[in-house]
Design a protein around this ligand. Structure first.
Ligand code: NDP
Length: 241
């Protein structure tokens, strides 16, 4: 039987590539998203992967969404916590709304999504939880105190949860992408990418979403059971953590 995988923010960008790669690797995949119905419908039509809309910042919405996915596909065995946002600004001008939204969506979501699935994984003695953190959670980033704090929190969450569940056949790992060619990075002005960002990247280009997806496939595999609590940097050599 194909294992069931759920990817949050799985309809576009890095998450879209992860969903497609999991399907190609034989998983029974569900993808969640926040509100971009057009992108979700396009993705569903192209891939045949079912899509589900809920806000990962809401515990009740996550619990309800997960219940629906499990009713449709079966118990979730692979959870990819990928959904994320940025709301950048210098800290001395940052609003509580900018702080809270980024913390709740990038870090709170790991509790909201993982708590409802962990007991089932423990009972079944198998689980793969893969959290998409960021290079900016490893090194900090100007204008991103909120995002850096949330993404660093994702790494702490990963390490502690890995310890608690290591005996239960569950692995928990984090991936820290560098600059990846998605709408999140395409929102940065082109000249800033060329003049400021590319010179920081030793391989001299942005990463592609598929280059994150292939690491997810590696970590999700049944024979990856000895890899847990790890943080995998995928950043073109930009930061060697
Ligand atoms: P995109 O902005 O391209 O896609 C984000 C996805 O997350 C969308 O599917 C979006 O849904 C979903 N999403 C956003 N907010 C919520 C929410 N509240 N509830 C549910 N789903 C939500 O992002 P990327 O693909 O670039 O990033 C994916 C992950 O990788 C994020 O965690 C990001 O922080 C991380 N990352 C990205 C890097 C990059 O360079 N791109 C670098 C390092 C880390 P919808 O389509 O409905 O809006």
């Amino acid at each position: 039987m194909a294992r069931v995988a759920l990817v949050t923010g799985g309809t576009r960008g890095i998450g879209g590539a992860i969903s497609r790669a999991l399907k190609a690797a034989g998983y029974n995949v569900a993808a969640s998203y926040a509100g971009n119905d057009a992108a979700a419908e396009k993705f569903k039509a192209e891939t045949g992967i079912p899509v589900y809309k809920w806000d990962v910042a809401s515990f009740d919405a996550c619990a309800g969404g997960i219940k629906q996915v499990e009713a449709d596909l079966g118990p979730i065995e692979v959870l990819v916590n990928n959904a994320g946002i940025t709301k950048d600004g210098a800290f001395h001008k940052m609003t509580l709304e900018q702080w809270s939204a980024v913390i709740n969506i990038n870090l709170g979501s790991l509790f909201n999504m993982t708590r409802p699935v962990i007991e089932g994984m423990r009972a079944r003695k198998f689980g793969r939880i893969i959290n998409i953190s960021s290079i900016n959670g490893q090194k900090g980033q100007f204008g991103q105190v909120n995002y850096s704090a949330a993404k660093a929190g994702d790494i702490g969450f990963t390490k502690a949860l890995a310890l608690e569940n290591a005996k239960n056949g569950i692995t928990v790992n984090a991936i820290c992408p560098g600059y990846i060619n998605t709408e999140m990075v395409q929102a940065v002005p082109k000249d800033v990418i060329e003049k400021n960002i590319l010179p920081q990247i030793p391989v001299t280009r942005l990463g592609e979403p598929d280059e994150i997806a292939r690491a997810v496939i590696f970590l999700a595999a049944d024979d990856a059971g000895f890899i847990t609590g790890s943080t995998l940097s995928i950043n073109g050599g930009q930061y060697q953590a």
